[in-house]
Design a protein around this ligand. Sequence first.
Ligand SMILES: N[C@@H](CCC(=O)N[C@@H](CS)C(=O)NCC(=O)O)C(=O)O
Length: 219
Amino acid sequence: MSEYQLYCFAQSGNAYRAALMLQLIGADWEPIWYDFFGKAPQRTPEFRDSINEMGEAPVLVHGKKKLSQSGVILTYLARHSGKFLPQGEDEELEALRWIIFDNQKVNGFLGPFRFLKNFAPKPGDPAVMAFLKGRIDGSLAIVNKRLEKAPFLLGNRPTIADVSMTAYFYYPPEEFGFDIAKEHPAIGAWLDRMKALPGWKHPYQIMPGYPFGTQGLMS
Ligand SMILES: N[C@@H](CCC(=O)N[C@@H](CS)C(=O)NCC(=O)O)C(=O)O
């Protein structure tokens, strides 16, 4: 068995943060796929009692430890590997600031927007979609401005704040109906820098469930 297991599925940008981090630190890991969109075990009492009381992916298993919330998982993996770790109190707080902003207002809106556009049983209400798109545009502009100043969110080297921010950004533009990298050039250049890091892989290459409805991986 691998050292780490990750509960995840291909369509989850939230889980991709953890999967990408495992890749970038060169960890020995394997995905545990579950049928999020079909049987939805995350809604069962068994899942909530034994895997994650919050009913969410990702969940990282390391020996007897089970961790959820991608920000917590990234912090744990950075501390254990010494990689992508913010250095000193100021950097730690700055990384946390961007991770919270990302979880709430960047990928926190992109994820539901993409879900309602592609995977929900009924398409999203136009008013809801317009609201989410407005919030997404505003948040992406903030991230883009930050990345015009430095190659990575905290400066000259990538940290867990960058790994967190990638969550949904590499999924195909057709899944959003707009192109994040083209509309926000500093984000586009940063995505290329992240992609050049050793170990980088696309979400559909490392988390099972591509194409949608299968348990496959993109080759
Ligand atoms: N802030 C959480 C978000 C996790 C999350 O919302 N995951 C989705 C899958 S992409 C989920 O499991 N949702 C289940 C639900 O909301 O009921 C994180 O970053 O880990």
